[in-house]
Design a protein around this ligand. Structure first.
Ligand code: PXP
Length: 239
């Protein structure tokens, strides 16, 4: 029987359009509700330290309105961590964050600070919140993610999505396959995300043990033209 891969729809870009005018629309909370009606299995938002798109008001409302699962992306910023602990989303996904980046650029270097990450993950475990670490598909990072006590890894698919030519894409896909296999062997759940779209999802959905994908840009870009529900339904159908 085919396994249903969960689709987490990232609505950050809806907030980005709203913040371009510092107004009240479009509302990512409304977009999230439409995404759920169309078959999203989770709603993902990244509460950045600089609050450039998603605001505290958004995550608080989403906590009350999301019917599927709320996946909160965050970095190790004390203020954001406090919000996350108070909100208790179903899942937190840790990402690196740099102010000058346009979007999350690389995976977390888990090997560089295992003690620090363990300390950050502990309280979420006690609260019953699942934790994922967004990492590049490298065996050292996967093993470190297991050591620090994460429940899942989200494999960074950006290098695959941005690969130039078939050879590079094949190599990047093989990196993802190997990392997914190892994560599964280590007892970690396998998620994937970044740069996924309606074309490159075909290869990614066949990664070993893949349980969940998180997709933002491609879905919101299509939603601008065809509506949120149709954009989500069309991605759901490809998975
Ligand atoms: N997963 C993570 C950890 C991310 O940081 C992002 C971007 O916010 C995404 C998935 C979604 O990436 P995209 O917008 O390219 O689909």
């Amino acid at each position: 029987m085919a396994v249903r891969i969960r689709l987490g729809v990232n609505v950050d870009h809806v907030a980005t359009v709203r913040q371009a005018r510092r107004t009240v629309e479009p509302d990512p909370v409304v977009a999230a509700a439409l995404a759920e009606l169309a078959g999203a299995d989770a709603i993902t938002v990244h509460l950045r330290e600089d609050r450039r798109h998603v605001q505290d008001r958004d995550v608080r409302l989403l906590r009350q309105t999301v019917r599927t699962a709320l996946n909160l992306e965050l970095a190790r910023d004390p203020g954001v961590l406090a919000v996350a602990r108070q909100l208790r989303p179903e899942q937190v996904t840790f990402v690196p964050e740099r102010r000058e980046e346009v979007t999350t650029e690389g995976g977390l270097d888990v090997t560089a600070d295992e003690q620090g990450l363990s300390a950050v993950l502990g309280p979420f475990r006690e609260l019953g919140v699942r934790s994922a670490l967004f990492i590049d598909p490298a065996s050292a990072q996967v093993r470190a993610a297991r050591r620090v006590g994460a429940d899942a890894v989200e494999l960074h698919t950006g290098a695959y999505a941005n690969a130039r030519g078939r050879d590079e894409a094949a190599r990047r896909l093989e990196d993802l396959r190997a990392a997914a296999r190892l994560a599964h062997e280590e007892g970690l759940a396998v998620h994937a995300g970044h740069g996924l779209d309606y074309w490159n999802i075909h290869a990614v959905r066949d990664l070993p043990a893949l349980e969940e994908v998180h997709i933002g840009h491609a879905i919101v870009a299509r939603a601008v033209l065809v509506g949120m529900e149709r954009a989500v339904r069309e991605m759901r159908a490809l998975l």
